[in-house]
Structure formats: C-alpha cells, structure tokens
Design a protein around this ligand. Structure first.
Ligand code: ZN
Length: 496
C-alpha cells in the first residue's frame, strides 16, 4: 500500500481535495489554459466546445487553489466562471457542490451534486452520489440529535429538506422520523403560541391553549412544559389528592404525573409514561365503541395508572399490596379505578397487559361492580383489545380444532371459574376467537346487546343455545360451523 492510499484511508482526507487530485491531474497546464482563454477573449476568437471544457477545468482547478488560500469569494468567482464556460462540466459541478457543502449551504450543494451525478460518469458520478448520501445521512443524524434534546422544530427543518430533495431510502427514513415527531412539533408550536400570548398578557387565551396541549398531546415534551406553566411550578410532582391511598403515597415519594383526557399516569423516572399516554386513550375509545357505550368520560374521576420503574420496586409493592393479578406485569383495581403496572416490562406492558387490564376495568365498570361477566366474554374482549399480533392465538385454536382437542363452544361458554394454570392460555385464545367472531360476523350491535343483557344480570344463563338464538339469530350448529370457518379464514389473513 502506498502512502497516498494509506492517507486516504486512515486520515480521512477531505472528499473535495481527494476529488480534485483524482480528476484534475494536469496541475501545471491549467494556468497556461487560462492565459490562452483570456487571449482568445481579448482577440474575440471563437472558442470550440472541447476548448470550453478544457478552460472550464482550468478555472475549476484555480477555484480550488484559491479556496485553499482561504479566499472563498475568489474561489466562488472562479467556479462560476468554470460553470459559465461549460454548464455541464461534471468536475466543475462537483467542486461547486463541495464549496457549497463546506459553507453549509446544503440546498446548493445538493443541486450541484445532483447535476454532477446526472451528467458525470464513472468515478465522478460515484463521488457525487456518495456526497449526496453523506449529506442526507448527516442531516438525519443531526435531526435525531436535535430531537434528543427536544429541539423538534429544528429537527423537522432538516428532515423536511431530506424528504423534499432526496428519493429512496433516505427520503423514507426522513418521512418516518417526521411522522414520529409530528405530535411533538405541533405541541411545541402551540406552546410557542401560548408563550407569546403570555407575554402579551392574554392570560386567559394562553391558559386555554396550554390546557389543550396537556389534554391532546400529553405525551409530548411541550405538554410537560405546559403543565409546569399551568401549575406555576418547576416540577411535575404529584400534588396529593385524598381520593386514593396510592396517589397520596405517590405524592409523598415525589412521583410525577401526566394527565390525559381520561387518565392520570403516575410515574417516577421512566419515559414510558409518555408512550402509555399516547396509547391509553386509543384503547379507551376502542373499548367504549365495542361495548357501544355513548359519551363515556372519566373527567370527574380520572382513571389512575401507576407505572413502577423497575422489577425490584414492583415486586416489593406487589407483596405489600397483596393484589393478585392475572399477569405478572400489571393489574387493575376496578373499585378504585386504578391500574398498576411495571414499566420494566417495556413494550409488553404497553401492547398487551395495559390494554388488557384497562378493558377489564371499563367492562366491569359498565356491567356494575357486583355483576358477574361470563369469563369467555370478559377475557375474550380484553384479549381483543391488545395490540399484539393475534396470529399465534388463532393458530393455537385452529390446530386444536383440527386435532379435535378444542373446547366445544358449549363448554367454553359454561365456565364460571378460571381453568387451571396449564389450560388457561388456551382458554384465553379460544375466548378471543369467539368474541372476534361475534363482532366481525354479526356486528357490534349484536355484541353490545349481549353486554347490555349481562349488565342486567342475564350473564348467568347465557349458554350456546341462547346466544345463538337470541343474539346471533342462528342455530347453534350453524354458529359452530361458521366459527370454525372464521378461524381458518383469520389464520390465512393474519399470515399475510
Ligand atoms: Zn384478563
């Protein structure tokens, strides 16, 4: 390996210098070319196309030399003369791109590099494409870092540029991030507006806007700021409310709180609360729709969700509280409208356990504290509201039916106690398929009607015969047949 190549590889030579060295090699001849050109201009001689290209290269080289002497203006003058002489000279285009890139004018840089890659061939085209990609990835990286320090509006400017000027995977990457930051940006813009209003002493308008941010964009950074302004405080620590033992404990331990339309999410150090805030109202709306409940709001007494930071505090808390939940990671207390969860479970808590427990809570509250809800209905609906893929559950039931080892619908619907630990997973899966079968085949109205009757105490005698006749308007045998066909069809669609 010769020294030059070592230098290139290990010292990370500037790409512009490297480009000039590779593409403008007749260093001594260029000043001669320039004098020749000037003489021709003076004597008004016609200049051929091939000469134009030669002179253009000469000016491009001069531009680079001038740039090296820190005469930026002179360098720009020379490179624009090079481009005037031969607008499609790829070498000059690349160098113009390099100058623009060095002065952080990415808009020009990208324009020049694109043209260079279009008219250039071989290594010129490769170098241009490499620079283009480097600019795109550099801007994306910058945007990600800005977002990390919560400067979402600045981050979005860079991403907008990439998504507008580039194609392919870099564009897709930028668009994905823009979508991810959109709420943050909208909320941040609202916050700026509110701060403006405050400085104009329009307190009422500002407060309305701040409340809107905390309600509709509770998971954003701007919402945190908005809450602090509203509370006139530098922290988001819980202020004790006497309506719950755990809320009081959280206040003493200096937990923070994040408020959404129907929920108060209590947390200490995990960033998880924000993600939960984003998902939780959606689960709420979906469950309410499935039960055909109109105008349900928990405004006066919001549901409290306590998110514990780690396995250690979570298991200590669980031991002390003597709660027994169906999952290791979360449980709900319908009487006090509270849900407790372990944030250390991550996505599993967010996509599975939290939606599941919340659904139970809404369902039980709807049916009434003392009303017995059939287990298949309770668990089936809770499973249905989870955000995980349902394929594994359907496959499980599908193969059981195939092997004739499934629970018959008569049996499934007759359970009044939970099955033993070994069988419970299968029982949940089959309950899920039957609930989704009813909703998807007979509609939400039929499903809501079942729940209405459960609420009125008729849940105890809902056997297959009654469900089939009264709510699905079919023979039990037809229901059984259609249910099995539905499962086979679901397996096919979920596989895609
Ligand atoms: Zn459950």
């Amino acid at each position: 390996m010769d020294l030059k190549r070592i230098a290139k590889r290990y010292l990370k030579e500037d790409p512009l210098d490297e480009f000039v060295r590779d593409n403008l090699k007749r260093t001594s001849g260029y000043s001669q070319d320039i004098s020749e050109y000037l003489a021709k201009v003076r004597s008004r001689q016609r200049i051929s196309d091939s000469d134009r290209l030669r002179y253009s290269n000469a000016y491009a080289y001069q531009a680079w030399l001038t740039y090296g002497k820190n005469d930026t203006q002179g360098a720009f003058r020379s490179i624009s003369r090079a481009l005037k002489l031969a607008p499609k000279n790829p070498v000059a285009l690349f160098i113009a791109g390099g100058f623009s890139e060095r002065s952080c004018n990415y808009s020009f840089a990208v324009g020049y590099y694109f043209n260079a890659s279009r008219v250039g061939e071989g290594s010129v085209r490769d170098s241009s494409e490499k620079r283009l990609d480097a600019i795109a990835s550099g801007l994306i990286e910058e945007a990600t870092n800005l977002a990390k320090s919560h400067q979402f509006i600045e981050a979005d400017k860079r991403l907008a540029f990439v998504s507008e000027r580039f194609a392919g995977s870099r564009r897709a990457e930028a668009l994905k991030l823009r979508k991810e930051y959109r709420d943050e940006i909208v909320a941040m813009q609202m916050l700026q507006k509110a701060q403006q209003l405050l400085s104009m002493r329009r307190r009422g308008d500002a407060q309305r806007l701040l409340k809107q941010i905390t309600q509709n964009y509770s998971w954003t950074r701007a919402a945190e700021e908005a809450q602090k302004i509203l509370r006139k405080s530098d922290t988001l620590y819980v202020r004790a409310k006497a309506d719950s033992t755990f809320a009081e404990i959280a206040a003493k331990q200096k937990w923070k709180v994040l408020e959404t339309e129907n929920f108060l999410i209590y947390y200490r150090n995990n960033d998880f609360a924000k993600e939960a805030a984003k998902i939780i109202e959606m689960v709420f709306r979906r469950t309410v729709a499935d039960l055909d409940l109109k105008n349900v709001r928990w405004k006066t007494k919001k549901c409290k969700i306590f998110l514990f930071d780690d396995n250690d505090t979570w298991s200590k808390f669980k031991k002390l509280s003597r709660f027994h939940g169906e999952w290791a990671a979360a449980f709900a207390s319908p009487t006090s409208r509270e849900i407790f969860g372990n944030a250390a479970e991550g996505k599993r808590l967010l996509h599975r356990t939290l939606p599941h427990e919340l659904t139970h809570l809404i369902h039980h509250e709807y049916a009434g504290e003392r009303t017995a809800i059939p287990i298949w209905l309770s668990e089936g609906l809770a499973m249905h509201q989870q955000f995980d893929s349902k394929l594994a559950y359907y496959l499980n039931v599908h193969s059981a039916i195939y092997a004739n080892q499934h629970l018959s619908l008569e049996l499934l619907l007759s359970y009044t106690n939970y099955p033993s630990a070994g069988k419970i997973g299968y029982f949940y899966a089959e309950s899920l398929t039957f609930v989704e079968f009813i909703i998807k085949t007979y509609g939400r109205d039929a499903f809501a009607k079942i729940n209405r009757d459960v609420k009125h105490g008729k849940g105890k005698d809902m056997d297959l015969k009654r469900i089939a006749k009264r709510y699905l308007k079919e023979d039990p045998q037809a229901v059984d047949r259609k249910w099995k066909r539905f499962i086979a069809a679901r397996v096919e669609t979920l596989r895609k």
